[in-house]
Design a protein around this ligand. Structure first.
Ligand SMILES: [Fe+2]
Length: 286
């Protein structure tokens, strides 16, 4: 069992690094921490960084998690190899670029690229936002998987992930108290489907909704309230058609929590009645 303790970062290729960094600063509200060797390090909380953008294929995505020790890293490498997965042990230079003391990378059965880091860097400086979006934390992602049942099994058998709820076959999973860190969405390709930042309160969601509309940023869904996690949300498109989400008030779960099955319909997605694009979740029950 691989014991994930931290939800750390994503690394995203982009067709236009300069424009994407500008969007992340001016629209999302992230702080540009550093640009080094073509990598732009950005964050929405006090950790070293949450997103790394680089000039490259916009479908090239990596998710960064953390585990506690180098012994656990060695054990994780063996476990994943036993599963027949390709595992790469990062060099010192590659670890330095990921701002951690060591890592391995593997591809899951869908082809998702995952970094398992050890001792990722904290920051001596507090987060200083580029706009007052109210961001408090980089919190979860939507992850595309080619077989959601198999992917759920993988993350719960090989890792300490647990399912908090299902919508259709999509599992919303976590390794800690936050209702979900991964939302597994059926897809014909791997990659990150959306990136979530928590904000402080519902007012921040509504303020950003008007801010985004004023700047003609395309809203993907919301404002609304997720029936599963209870979080208020708004989703919008960024460069390369990546979807970003602000949400607040996500439910916390503990060991007594029992996962619930929801159908795929508007009411399961949004308790307020916003009309999302449900195609991402697979065949609808409507
Ligand atoms: Fe989300």
């Amino acid at each position: 069992m691989i014991n994930v303790t931290g939800f750390r970062y994503c690394r995203l290729g982009t067709a236009n690094l300069e424009e994407t960094v500008k969007f992340a600063k001016d629209i999302i509200g992230l702080e540009l921490v550093d640009i080094k060797d073509g990598f732009a390090y950005m964050r929405g909380d006090d950790r070293d960084h949450n997103i790394v953008y680089f000039q490259g294929d916009p479908n090239d995505h990596t998710v960064g998690l953390s585990i506690e020790t180098f012994d656990e890293l060695d054990a994780a490498e063996s476990t994943l190899k036993e599963q027949g997965l390709t595992v790469h042990r990062g060099s010192d230079a590659e670890a330095a670029a990921r701002r951690c003391m060591g890592y391995i990378n593997f591809k899951d059965n869908s082809g998702n690229s995952i970094d398992l880091t050890v001792r990722p860097f904290a920051s001596g400086k507090r987060y200083f936002p580029s706009r007052d979006a109210g961001i408090t934390e980089y919190s979860h992602i939507g992850l595309r998987v080619t077989n959601p049942r198999e992917a759920e099994k993988f993350w719960s058998n090989e890792f300490n992930f647990k399912t908090s709820d299902w919508i259709g076959w999509s599992a919303l999973m976590t390794f800690d108290q936050v209702h979900h860190r991964f939302a597994l969405f059926p897809s014909d390709r791997p990659g990150i489907q959306h990136i979530n930042f928590q904000v402080a309160e519902t007012d921040d969601i509504m303020k950003s909704n008007y801010f985004l509309m004023d700047r003609q940023v395309r809203i993907q869904a919301g404002p609304g309230r997720h029936s599963l996690s209870g979080a208020r949300f708004v989703y919008y498109y960024g460069p390369d058609n990546m979807i970003y989400e602000y949400s607040c008030g996500v439910r916390m779960v503990d060991e007594t929590w029992k996962p619930r099955q929801f159908p795929i319909n508007d009411a399961a997605f949004c308790a307020w009645g916003s009309r999302p694009d449900l195609d991402i979740l697979g065949p609808s029950s409507k």
